[in-house]
Design a protein around this ligand. Sequence first.
Ligand code: FAD
Length: 408
Amino acid sequence: MDFNDTSAEADFRAKVRAWLDDNATLRDGSKTTQDTFMAHNPDQVVQAGKWQKQKADAGWAGITWPKEYGGMGGTPMQQVVWNQEEGRYRVPPFAHLVGVALVGPTLMVHGTEKQKADILPGLLAGDGIWCQLFSEPAAGSDLAGVRTRAKRDGDTWEITGQKVWTSGAHYSQHGLLLARTNPDVPKHKGMTMFIVDMNDPAIEARPITQISGAESFNEVFIDGLKVSDANRVGEVDGGWRVALTTLMNERLTLSVGRAVGGAKTEELIDLAKRVQLNGRPAIEDGEVRARIADFTARQRGLEFTSYRIMTSLSRGQEPGVEGSIGKLLLGRLRQEMSGFALELMGSSAAIADTSDAESLRWRNEYMTAPGNRVSGGADEIQRNIIAERILGMPVDIRVDKDVPFRDL
Ligand SMILES: Cc1cc2nc3c(=O)[nH]c(=O)nc-3n(C[C@H](O)[C@H](O)[C@H](O)COP(=O)(O)OP(=O)(O)OC[C@H]3O[C@@H](n4cnc5c(N)ncnc54)[C@H](O)[C@@H]3O)c2cc1C
């Protein structure tokens, strides 16, 4: 494992820091409720658009993207360095992440030349916001179970169905949609990927209010949407391959960098020094110290796991299953740490006082952590991956493998 930047990476990091110093404000430790992962109100979306454009103008928006599409032509490791550094600054929540980190790389592999030329350059500049229309009420972990149907009539497809948990659908202009095109073959072999216009009246996005009060994802209803065959991505019935490319990029995005986010144990230590327990600072209590020590050990373990990912990226290798370990442990750690912070703060933390940024911040962390344990593959799915691909245990029994979708 390499813990330090190579000299080229250190140079790159210095340039990134210099630009961020000039264009953004460092976090001072007192995070606010604005520190959400996804934009969920119009003001955040506008701010995210300005930040995206600012990065694009300076050449930072597409670090790993080829120069021909407006990117920097850099390495995945440079992207990781950028993500780490950007995470240290107070910048708007994500609104363009799906377009830049998921849709762009997917189109580079599976898109037609026209799709690449028309869409890719604008993606970096934040010209349009994209959403990922994959999950459905009966297709989440088992994504190949999608029922949204696309039927072909000449050069046009008609799509009808329902998606759910679609982040940002209510403020997106475009979507990448996975639909069933052939129910007569096994489920993985009968889906096709499409680019859809989210402003089409045949699409209705209904935001879902989360426990935190935010509305960052949606139910999406699609009723007779007409899509030109020119907006198909990849082969007819070859959508699973396209989806895997998108999902691989999603896992990478969620396993290293700013997207991972989360509170740090230093913040807990700071809190424990300030709050009182049994008449003395909580940090002096043995049990509090033991809990914080446990969190710190787990956080360090996660850090070292992320170094493994970075080391393989640095060597030009594909990211491996370490991403599943990181994702599995991080979600639970975030939930336990924020729960402990709320315990330390006592009843004040449970009262909805919007003037107390610190308790709001920990409450927000506590309420969003469970979502992180589900998005991008739930805990149990990560455990299955670790069991099968790291520990070499027998694979899940798949009774539907060779059965036509319509008979399932
Ligand atoms: C914050 C957030 C944002 C999201 N954004 C998007 C988005 O933008 N676009 C999109 O398409 N989707 C999005 N999703 C959906 C996400 O991909 C799914 O929620 C996820 O894949 C789980 O699917 P599910 O909710 O249908 O749960 P299910 O698949 O129904 O799972 C329910 C439970 O059963 C367990 N389970 C399922 N199968 C197995 C198995 N084989 N072995 C053991 N246990 C199993 C799961 O782990 C889980 O605990 C988002 C989700 C969240 C929480």
